[in-house]
Write a protein that binds this ligand. Sequence first.
Ligand code: ZN
Length: 490
Amino acid sequence: MSAYDDLMAFQRETEALGQVMGRLGWDQETVMPPGAAEQRAEEMAALDGVLHRRRTDPRIGDWLEQADTSDPVAARQVQKIRHRYERTQRVPEALSAALARTTSLAHRVWAEARATNDFALFAPKLTEVLDLSREKAAALADGGNLYDALADDYEPGATEAELETMFSALRPRLVALRERVMGSERAVPKLSGAFAEEGQLQLSSELAGAFGYDLNSGRIDKAVHPFSSGSGLDVRITTRTALEDPFNCFYSTIHEVGHARYEQAIDRDYLLTPLGRGVSMGVHESQSRIYENQLGRSRAFTGWLFDRMRSTFGDFGISDPDTFYAVVNRCAPGYIRTEADEVHYNLHVLLRFDLERDLVAGRLDVPDLPDAWNDRFERDFGLKVDQPANGVLQDVHWSEALFGYFPTYTLGNVYAGCLNAALRNDVPDLDAELAKGNTAPATDWLREKVQRHGGLYEPKTVIEKATGAAPSEGPLLDYLDAKFSEIYGI
Ligand code: ZN
């Protein structure tokens, strides 16, 4: 066996154990009996220890030195393994353990603080998490930019400077569009009525199938917060139902199917290797968002969904597909990121990006965070935050030390905008097929151009190869302007 073969055989086992760990997480959120929580924590910690020892195994260093990388795929595998290995080694074990311990506690304190609307309760724990994260960033950055060092875990190669340039071009146009939409005379009604859970779940499965989800290598369960997990031959999604809001169920399902299809569509040769997973959170989110929004909330596809909803639930008070399209895309300012429409969503993300950059750089202290949040929110949304649970305490990310994660949501939307423009250029009769509930021309295009490559190319390169141009915010803004100008008659 060559050094490369040894390295890949070792890596394959590590990847397999990583998948097992992910499946334990899935189980915990879906079917685990509540009494098992304590034992499960111990099982996860044990497996985490095994994975950590494997990821820091000194033999990896030897194999990396000797591996033959004349083949480009082998070179990319080795590059990804080396990158991970070097990053893991730069963070002292004591710091890693302190972060794991502190975030686990911080998560609990955050949940309590959110439930009781008490930021002061969370502030000391958040300060600890931030201090440790800055320490970790310094260890990783080696004199370079702290935020870049943290963001690399989620979006390899992304830099604060580049993101800032892109996002500061987005923000003024989004704020302007938001104001025009809110000033429109045209009132878009809200969906009302009750929609039986059975019908929601049945139509949700139908939607998953319509978007190409392979149930032979996947399954759909219910969870409080929808997610997808796993890769290769076992990729699972969850959804949720709310009696009066079937769109929550349908669009959660379509979103998670976008993530899941990415994992299912990756070239089989990469199974259980570093290339066998989506390349970044941003590219992942581009798949979920284009499925959900540019395809799932398009005029053509909602026409089909309107008919399917009428056959499932009978008359639900909306009589024509044009009104239904507007209802699906209704804009309303709100406090909560995860409930935001397409016009407001990225403004929520940009706010978090700017605040967490300030936190990581030491320009903003944790006790001043709520005021900074509330001021910015009022400026961009024209609304005063009424309570911390609707503001600074709403997201779990910072309690889990996920600094650098938020921008990947907007990056995903930007990438989805670029992909949508290129897709519509390549497949001119797309809407005719979407109107029949057939997404295959779109999903086949995405599989071919993006999904099958897995981790083969850097995130920006995947988008550039698929669209023929470097990613930029322009196509997303043009798409949003055109769509919401029409819906709101502005
Ligand atoms: Zn997502």
